[in-house]
Write a protein that binds this ligand. Structure first.
Ligand code: T3D
Length: 264
């Protein structure tokens, strides 16, 4: 039997999905997409999962689209229908990450290039090994940033930096990525797994519904006016206020005990 292209492991409330094509730096094939999206769906539907970690096997995180994948080609042997690949495979993946009911951590263990970089950047928290790097590799093969890159990059680092990264396709070391605010943090390679586990367990113990709503509210408020953002906050906060986690959080605070959050 062939190895799974996405390894799935569970550590208490933390579900880890490991992209598993190390010989090709875990680049995306149609088959790998075919395992990844269902693995995310399964994590989203499992009430016991309260945080998801995504990482790569071997020395890389993900080198983007596998440029050898026959799924890239057009059915009639003409030029590849890249738009359809994006629509069929990357769009649902990027949207799924952004709508998970629990926090998603990208544990970037090595190079993240092309759609692999933007897949990581679309996650809620990006923790990278100091030796890792981020490459907007698209311009080198005549494409634009995809997997959410056109939306994410200027919002994370501003237009000037986004254009510089996207046009040059230069390799950005993890330390520099942290310095410019592209990622949350970079840590020593040897500490990456432990630091990620500690953060994942910490987030898993927090109110999942509020964390997912925080992501949603930030994304909604991004293009909104100040007044509209205040309206979004009132609506989202109103819904959270009716949930069990808010009652539990307040009760735990008043009774000087640790809260146990359950909402998802
Ligand atoms: O349909 C569509 O195309 C739409 C979707 C587009 C989304 C995209 O992601 S477009 C961007 C695609 N990605 C790239 O262009 C990156 C290509 N890879 C690289 O530039 C380099 O591999 C890296 C800078 C990421 C790493 O360089 P390095 O020197 O550390 O490793 P390497 O030797 O280049 O790669 C190691 C192996 O992985 C090698 O195979 P080999 O020679 O040992 O058998 C290499 O061919 C393979 N590999 C790396 N990236 C890809 C890949 N194979 C297929 N596709 C890849 N993207």
């Amino acid at each position: 039997m062939s190895e799974p292209l996405v390894l799935i492991t569970t550590d208490g409330p933390v579900r880890t999905l490991t992209l598993n094509r190390p010989a090709a730096l875990n680049s995306f094939t149609g088959a790998m997409h075919g395992e990844l999206l269902p693995a995310l769906e399964a994590a989203a539907g499992d009430a016991a999962v309260r945080c998801v970690v995504i990482t790569g096997a071997g020395r890389g995180f993900c080198a983007g689209q596998d440029l050898n994948d026959p799924d890239m080609g057009s059915a009639d042997g003409g030029p590849p229908d890249v738009g359809s690949v994006i629509d069929r495979l990357y769009r649902p993946l990027a949207l799924r990450i952004r709508t998970m009911p629990v926090p998603v951590i990208a544990m970037v263990n090595g190079v993240a290039a092309g759609a692999g970089a933007n897949f990581a950047l679309g996650c809620d928290v990006v923790l990278a090994a100091r030796s890792a790097s981020f490459i907007q590799a698209f311009s080198k093969i005549g494409l634009i940033p995809d997997c959410g890159g056109t939306w994410l990059l200027p919002r994370l680092v501003g237009r000037a930096m986004a254009l510089g990264l996207a046009m040059t396709g230069d390799k950005l070391p993890a330390e520099e990525a942290q310095r410019i605010g592209l990622i949350w943090r970079c840590v020593d390679d040897a500490a990456l797994a432990d630091e990620t586990r500690a953060l994942a367990l910490r987030l898993a113990a927090m109110p999942s519904r509020a964390l997912a709503a925080t992501r949603q509210a930030l994304d909604e408020a991004m293009p909104a006016s100040y007044a509209e953002a205040l309206g979004i906050e009132a609506r989202v906060q109103g819904a959270l206020g009716r949930g069990g986690d808010f009652a539990e959080g307040v009760s735990a605070f008043l009774n000087k005990r640790a809260p146990v959050f359950r909402d998802r």
